[in-house]
Design a protein around this ligand. Structure first.
Ligand code: GUN
Ligand code: FE
Length: 428
């Protein structure tokens, strides 16, 4: 029985052959059966004769992109408050804004805009921070569920070193809210949306809260996301708060937050020590590289080349509103740019990223957090973007690879997402 997730898309198709190389077929066929890719072909194979063909001739067809670190409530003030470093930025701009999500009407309005804009962005999957409020986080999950995008969404946990207006009363209260939220999520039977435990970062989470989240993580098998080694003042603060730790990563590892092989995302890792890197590797932790946020908040530049050379799990995050834009094309372009500055100014032993590598990070690298996602190779869940690049004008007669490379840098200059598929389902 053929379902609506069975079709072929005809167009100029490009995906990652390897971490460093594009594969592409001009005027080819991408075949999807039951939401799963059967591969890309120059001619439609006989065995698929009669399949519905979606004719997108002349348009680019690429894998959907996965944003593995983004703050939904911060979308409201994107592009504002860019003149401070992390800890002052949190106190001055972020915490006051997040406190507004106590109000269901505000949350509804703000998350409607966020969900709609995310749907129209290059992102097909995302790993998302909410706020500490259960009601608002569930409203966000309801909206994302309806969008058809696949997401992990976290109710933030924070019970210390935060202003009274955005701080949970005690670890017990905070953990009870997490349990209630997880029960609600189960009862809602979401298809696209999953909960993810979200201690904001070590400075705002007491040992009791961290221990409780570790317990819940083990009991319920829920993944976990947080921030790690983003900013130098933050790292100093963690050493003061946790004098028993020899690296920041230990302050999560000690409570079982990193275990579960690949079930954890840590954002930034700009200053991870050798010890911290070995802890991240041991647990298969996903590093969310957030180049724009790292630049805007003057945080630093993550040594992504090192993580890739070590075979670690790495993807890209927009980290809105540390980063201003939802665009994963921009995140990929920024990843290349900051890697070049790092190479030139900081450390010539780490070669810069290529465009192909940044594309891989945005698709396969982050997609892997969701399983076999981010490629058109056979067996991958089929997330795809159909792109119109005809308004990014040039007299050059470009091949498919070059058109995609150029789209990464020029998406906002005349690029248009025509259609979007998530696990073979049309979302846009
Ligand atoms: N560390 C703790 N909270 C945050 C946040 O909201 N954004 C960023 N970039 N870093 C954080
Ligand atoms: Fe963040």
């Amino acid at each position: 029985m053929l379902d609506d997730r069975t079709f072929a898309i005809k167009g100029d198709i490009c995906w990652s052959k390897s971490r460093t190389e594009f594969a592409s077929v001009h005027d080819g066929y991408l075949v999807c059966l039951d939401g799963i890719s059967k591969g890309v072909f120059a001619e439609l194979p006989e065995r698929y004769a009669g399949i519905k063909v979606i004719d997108q001739s002349g348009r680019l067809v690429i894998p959907g992109m996965t944003d593995i670190h983004i703050h939904a409530p911060q979308y409201a003030f994107r592009g504002l408050g860019m003149n401070l470093e992390l800890l002052d930025w949190l106190n001055t701009h972020t915490f006051p804004e997040e406190s507004k999500y106590r109000d269901a009407a505000y949350a509804d309005k703000a998350y409607e805009i966020f969900s709609d804009d995310l749907l129209h962005s290059p992102t097909t999957r995302a790993v998302v921070f909410g706020t500490m409020h259960v009601g608002a986080t569930e409203a966000l999950m309801d909206k994302l569920e309806r969008s058809g995008l696949k997401t992990y969404v976290g109710k933030v946990s924070m019970d210390r070193n935060s202003p009274d207006y955005l701080c949970e009363g005690s670890a017990e209260e905070a953990l009870a809210d997490v349990e209630r939220w997880l029960d609600d999520c189960e009862a809602k039977h979401y298809v696209n949306t999953r909960p993810i435990l979200t201690p904001r970062f070590t400075p705002t989470c007491s040992d009791a809260l961290m221990a409780g989240l570790g317990r819940i993580r083990e009991e319920r098998g829920v993944p976990l996301q947080s921030h790690l080694s983003e900013n130098l003042s933050e790292i100093d603060w963690v050493h003061e708060l946790c004098p028993w730790s020899s690296c920041y990563g230990q302050t999560y590892e000690r409570f079982g937050h990193l275990s579960g092989d690949g079930a954890c995302v840590m954002a930034h890792c700009n200053y991870s020590t050798d010890e911290e890197v070995s802890i991240l590797r041991e647990h298969g932790v996903f590093v969310a590289h957030c180049p724009q946020s790292n630049a805007q908040l003057s945080s630093g530049i993550a040594p992504v080349r090192r993580y890739l050379d070590l075979g670690m799990n790495v993807g890209l995050g927009t980290d809105v509103a540390g980063g201003a834009t939802l665009s994963m094309f921009r995140a990929a372009a920024d990843a290349v740019a900051v890697s070049k500055l790092r190479w030139r100014v900081v450390d010539q032993s780490l070669a810069p990223l290529s465009t192909e590598e940044a594309f891989w990070l945005a698709t396969v690298g982050g997609g892997s957090f969701f399983g076999r996602v981010g490629s058109f190779d056979e067996g991958y869940e089929l997330d795809a973007l159909v792109l119109d690049d005809s308004h990014i004008r040039t007299p050059l007669d470009l091949g498919v690879d070059d058109r995609v490379a150029r789209y990464v840098y020029l998406a906002e200059e005349g690029g248009r997402i025509v259609e979007k598929y998530v696990a073979g389902k049309r979302a846009l």
